[in-house]
Design a protein around this ligand. Sequence first.
Ligand SMILES: CC(C)(COP(=O)(O)OP(=O)(O)OC[C@H]1O[C@@H](n2cnc3c(N)ncnc32)[C@H](O)[C@@H]1OP(=O)(O)O)[C@@H](O)C(=O)NCCC(=O)NCCS
Length: 365
Amino acid sequence: MTGPESPYALRPATAAEIDYIRNLNAEMWAKDLSVETYHERERTIGSTTLTRNGGIRSWVLVNPNSDRPNDILSSCETIRKHTLISRPPAPGTKEARVSEADAQGIGSVFTPKEHRGRGYAGILMALLKEKLMRENEEGFSVLYSDIGKKFYAKHGWMPHASAHIEFPVDGAGPVEDVRYLHSSDLHALCDKDVQALRQKLRKPESHTRVTFLPDWKTMEWHHAREEFVAPHARPNMRKKPENKGAISADGKRWIIWNRDFMGDEPTLYILRVANMSEGQDPMEGVREISKLFKAALNEAKKWGLEKVVLWNPDDETIEAAKRVSSGKVEYVERDTDSIPSLMMHTGESGMEYIEWLGNEKYVST
Ligand SMILES: CC(C)(COP(=O)(O)OP(=O)(O)OC[C@H]1O[C@@H](n2cnc3c(N)ncnc32)[C@H](O)[C@@H]1OP(=O)(O)O)[C@@H](O)C(=O)NCCC(=O)NCCS
């Protein structure tokens, strides 16, 4: 129940409320970490460039008119991200209209167990939608649904492509003609990638395109997370995970990854595949990407990870994955978990209207 008569309110959570919610949702999201370490991880990644100074906000749904006005009925977080929107050329012009916009990534939607099944997450999403649209009517917001495609679509966040490929780590072998990337390499490379995306979005199309910037601070967030977890998950390694990706000898293609040590199948995620050799012979492209994937496999093996995962791959990357894994690539269409779901605050919606460039793992913070 929302609208002027609604007794419910969505407000920023206090520091004590954030701790309280994390104590409850640790059961879902702490995985192999102790509750205390989970709190510490969230504080650590909350203080990176992307999230500090209001970059991340926590929200709670309460009923101020009830006899327990501060009882938390449902909760979530939002993270501010930088994006580009490209609209078709104005009449009589030839260039697409590219604008920068802040977008919000919504995460950690959580209802305490005793309040579930009473529509509170639905009310939270409806109020959040109003708030985000008011704050930024030209922008958009995104979330990754772990409860299928229906619930969030009902509230306006429409599902987008949710495929990935995965291949096992047993195919690791020698790495040739590539260089591992370290944190210190990423600033300049991410800037280059963002510049190239900006150029791409200037080309006119008849539909709206959006992209989240694969910028350095987004990668820093992912890497702060793996660096925090590594000593807990792999105490024997006694060092930080230094290699953050790999780049081809000519410097025109690179991949950036991070490690997820948690759960039954620890995974090396390829966060971003950057390509500055548009128009290259596809077979040459496949050869170059294969070399980068070999580096990823070696790194995954070194850190005791079981598979490599890449979201929404193109044909060249699929072919390269087949090569390095002796054909043991699985193509998966996710229909319940991590469904990228996007809402334009202008009202346009759905994959038929909005093309999402770079719908890759780096966006999912
Ligand atoms: C998912 C969750 C937030 C729902 O909270 P809630 O307050 O009980 O939700 P609501 O009562 O508003 O109902 C939400 C809708 O989602 C559906 N739903 C809830 N859990 C679901 C699940 N695991 N899979 C699919 N659908 C689910 C409900 O059936 C309901 O559908 P309806 O709107 O058609 O009736 C809550 O169960 C929770 O905190 N779960 C643990 C954390 C989690 O999984 N968060 C979601 C991350 S994307």
